[in-house]
Write a protein that binds this ligand. Structure first.
Ligand SMILES: NC(=O)c1ccc[n+]([C@@H]2O[C@H](COP(=O)([O-])OP(=O)(O)OC[C@H]3O[C@@H](n4cnc5c(N)ncnc54)[C@H](OP(=O)(O)O)[C@@H]3O)[C@@H](O)[C@H]2O)c1
Length: 269
């Protein structure tokens, strides 16, 4: 698809992924949370009716996994109903909807998950994101739902930045060694989104290659780190032990270690 020739809207443009999407879709119309709240059905409907985009990319979400346990209503409205409003408006105006979902729609009882595998989220964040997937697929045909995992990117708080901060403050940083997934650089994901728009409708699992635990991930970032178990580090939301997304539909992206090297260089600039 020639990006310059199509009219694209990005919602959630000020988030971590949204920021990189803006770089790969420079001519897009960009809306942050204050410009368009995706939970406002009238605003969403009017915006799409006025602009009549070819493609709508939704990077807006409530992404605080522990926060979702406390603020369940906000989680379900933002991650569930909001994407449904976008889907309804896209169906009415004939636009393609690209939406991002998560590895946390799975329960972690399998070592890896294909796009067609049965979902069974074990926390509110995962349940709310699954509702978003359902609302979209119930209301339109021409969608691309991109499930991804463990994002890091230049804009926003992420695990890599947290590790770098803690490393300077603590003698040893303890990190859990019993949750496994695929870390993914938002810049790589944003670039891959260009390709996914041209693919057939459906669900896509898009991550950097390579599986690791949070501890193994942290060891690639800082030196003063030691492993611990999830039991030693209780969190409000349960996390799946394995949330490894297997991509059976497109060419693989590069290994997360290579992406991390680039990220660490770029954040210095
Ligand atoms: N981060 C991860 O590790 C991860 C892993 C798997 C999947 N994902 C998915 O990937 C996507 C992008 O994640 P991200 O990490 O880039 O998220 P993020 O940095 O938290 O950005 C989300 C953006 O959405 C905005 N937003 C929140 N509620 C909104 C609303 N009602 N209307 C409009 N905008 C709203 C936020 O604005 P405010 O900050 O002003 O509220 C923020 O700018 C999400 O769908 C997420 O579920 C993320």
């Amino acid at each position: 698809m020639v990006v310059g020739e199509i009219k694209t809207i990005i919602f959630g443009a000020n988030g971590m992924l949204g920021n990189d999407l803006c770089k790969f879709f420079p001519d897009s119309i960009k809306f942050g949370h204050k410009d368009v709240d995706i939970t406002d059905l009238d605003k969403v409907t009017d915006t799409l009716a006025e602009i009549r985009p070819d493609v709508v990319i939704n990077a807006a979400a409530y992404t605080n996994v522990d926060g979702c346990e406390d603020e369940q209503e906000i989680a379900f409205v933002t991650n569930g109903e909001g994407p449904g409003y976008l889907a309804k408006a896209c169906a009415e105006s004939g636009a393609v909807l690209v939406h991002y979902s998560t590895d946390y729609v799975f329960d972690g009882s399998k070592k890896e998950y294909f796009e067609s595998d049965t979902t069974n989220p074990i926390n509110i964040y995962g349940k709310s994101k699954l509702l978003g997937e359902k609302r979209i697929s119930d209301q339109m045909e021409d969608f691309r739902i991109i499930r991804t995992s463990w994002l890091f990117g230049l804009k926003g708080n992420n695990f890599v930045n947290t590790m770098l901060e803690l490393s300077g403050k603590m003698e040893t940083v303890k990190v859990v060694n019993d949750q496994f997934s695929k870390p993914t650089y938002t810049s790589d994901l944003a670039c891959k989104t260009l390709e996914i728009i041209d693919k057939v409708p459906g669900i896509y699992h898009i991550t950097n290659e390579g599986v690791c635990s949070w501890y193994e991930f942290s060891s690639a970032i800082i030196d003063n780190v030691s492993p611990c178990s999830s039991a030693e580090f209780p969190r409000k939301a349960r996390r799946p032990k394995y949330s490894i997304l297997a991509n059976s539909k497109t060419s693989p992206m590069r290994h997360w270690k290579e992406a991390l090297r680039d990220y660490l260089e770029e954040r210095k600039i």
